[in-house]
Design a protein around this ligand. Sequence first.
Ligand SMILES: Cc1cc2nc3c(=O)[nH]c(=O)nc-3n(C[C@H](O)[C@H](O)[C@H](O)COP(=O)(O)OP(=O)(O)OC[C@H]3O[C@@H](n4cnc5c(N)ncnc54)[C@H](O)[C@@H]3O)c2cc1C
Length: 310
Amino acid sequence: MSTLLVLAEHNGTTLAPSFAKLMGAAVALGKATVLVCGKGAKAVADDAATYQGVEKVLYAEHDSFARPTAEALCEMLDAHVGSAQYVLAAGSSYSRGALARFAARKGAVMLSDVLAVDGPTSFTRPMYAGAVNAKVDVPAGLTVLTVRATAFAEGSKGGNAAVEAIAAVPAKVANASVGVELTKSSRPELGSAKVVVSGGRGLGSKENFKIIEDLADALGAAVGASRAAVDAGYVPNDLQVGQTGKVVAPELYVAVGISGAVQHLAGIKGAKTIVAINKDPNAPIFKVADYGLVGDLFEIIPQWSGKAKG
Ligand SMILES: Cc1cc2nc3c(=O)[nH]c(=O)nc-3n(C[C@H](O)[C@H](O)[C@H](O)COP(=O)(O)OP(=O)(O)OC[C@H]3O[C@@H](n4cnc5c(N)ncnc54)[C@H](O)[C@@H]3O)c2cc1C
């Protein structure tokens, strides 16, 4: 019997990029049963079976699993948790609601956004908007965890687990997902990009924000933004980086016209190198930046884009 039940996120065709890192976190806790709920997504289950540490994959096929609700996933977790000690998923809108409902139903301990597995009952997770990393000891028993995938190395492939078809369990709550609108972009996905260029209120307008997109394209980067830039309507809110936006962990993070509020910094703690461009030499972003350029972004960014293109 597996010690872990892992909920796999996917888009119907492929596993989410976070899955490999989720398995990197999972191996420290034991052998996993992976649950894949989908419609015509057997290939996803087959792929999950190739990760090391996976003992078995349970694949549930149902029309409603083209867009499963948190309630439906919660039912599936409940039906298949068995004697597992841990229920695990990458922290995302796909899994958070399901795991929270499941933990509440079971009266289980739940830790969100786990950054490290320190032992069987000991985990590190951020607190106070990422201002501190807390080591948390939990009592033995069923433990429900969402992990911050960017904090873990990818799990290895080379496994060959069996894939077992299971029946969908009807959700007790009569709700359904009526549609999903995905942002179409040729740029890398913000959460997993190696380079991110973010703009802030310093850009001044939606039209001016284009220079951030130009630089991002020249560097093959994803575009991000501060909340102030999002609130001002320069870019849609799925580009927001920070405490209430996306958490990013790129090799290079370029913060342009962003002051460096603690809520923004909470989203970039995992960035390897931070470059900040700001006209105010006292902007707090310079305290965390590896490289700082004090100057007018409207002069610096077009020059950088030009050099990167040329
Ligand atoms: C509960 C809560 C949650 C929050 N969550 C988030 C979050 O997830 N993400 C987030 O980003 N914020 C978040 N915030 C908001 C946060 O506190 C800041 O208000 C926000 O990050 C500021 O955005 P900014 O740096 O773009 O704007 P500002 O703080 O106004 O900074 C603009 C910067 O641009 C510089 N600048 C202006 N013109 C130029 C120029 N021509 N050249 C160069 N530099 C220039 C200025 O010197 C200034 O430093 C949250 C706040 C709260 C209360």
